[in-house]
Design a protein around this ligand. Structure first.
Ligand code: ZN
Length: 263
């Protein structure tokens, strides 16, 4: 993808597999019969894991950092640095790592064995997520261990902010307290990297659906629907974090239904 002067490339790390009926639907109902094309024969929803590489001017930016070296019955990662190398980027070339939020499947390569992986980069995240996942008394110890080494290189933000030419951070809380959408713009075009504001295109097409991963499901649904309303029937690209192939697409209205069309 290219938006104005900004080059956007997917950086694949691995794949997650979730029981779709357990993690995503209208509360108390199973409506997956309307969307069988997104599931395999076992009712599993496949989630791509990874991030995106943005090049703008002399900046080399990662939006999220994959799931890391993990392998269990649901999640498998490990390919992130090789995928980055295939784009001609070594860890030391990365100038900025910006997180949509701090769930484990977005920060996997931020640190490894207590060491910062992208050791020349500045790390950016909304302050509300740093508080929720690292500083809070009830923060998950695994997340604290993973993220604490970033502290000296961290520049949190707590409002909308321009991070680089053509790259703006826009708080979109709900999925997590500091959930952030990164807006890439240029040449009259936009791409919105929305992180987990939506995990599947179904959430962008069906305004009543909710995901169990949302910290505040009501706020998350309102934010997701507001973004979908803003983007529908425009040239803007929407790029969720977990679509198979790490693709983006457009939202279009067909009759009385909203549809995602990959590009
Ligand atoms: Zn995620």
């Amino acid at each position: 993808m290219r938006i104005g002067d900004v080059d956007i490339r997917p950086v694949a790390d691995g794949t997650g597999r979730e029981d779709a009926r357990e993690v995503l639907s209208v509360p108390g109902e199973d409506r997956w019969a309307c969307h069988p094309e997104h599931l395999d024969e076992h009712g599993v929803l496949a989630l791509a894991l990874g991030g995106f590489l943005l090049r703008t001017g002399d900046r080399v930016v990662l939006v999220d950092a994959g799931v890391g070296r993990i392998r269990n019955e649901k999640y498998a990662g490990g390919g992130f640095l090789d995928a980055l190398a295939a784009h001609g980027v070594a860890p030391g070339d990365v100038t900025d790592v910006v997180f949509t939020h701090l769930h484990f499947d977005h920060v996997g390569w931020a640190t490894s064995k207590g060491e910062v992986v992208f050791d020349r980069a500045t790390y950016r995240v909304h302050a509300a997520d740093w508080e929720h996942f690292v500083e809070a008394a009830d923060a998950d110890p695994g997340a604290v261990r993973k993220l604490s080494p970033l502290r000296d290189r961290l520049e949190p933000f707590d409002t909308a902010v321009t991070l680089a030419p053509g790259l703006d951070a826009r708080p979109t809380p709900g999925h997590t307290p500091g959930s952030t959408t990164y807006v890439v713009s240029g040449g009259g075009q936009r791409a919105l990297l929305i992180g987990d504001v939506a995990h599947s295109v179904v959430e962008l097409e069906e305004p009543e659906w909710e995901a169990v991963f949302d910290v505040d499901p009501v706020a998350a649904r309102a934010m997701r629907n507001a973004l979908a309303d803003e983007l529908a029937d425009t040239d803007d690209l929407v790029v969720p974090a977990h679509l198979p192939g790490l693709v983006g697409g457009r939202l279009v209205t067909v009759g009385d239904r909203r549809r995602f069309v990959a590009v």
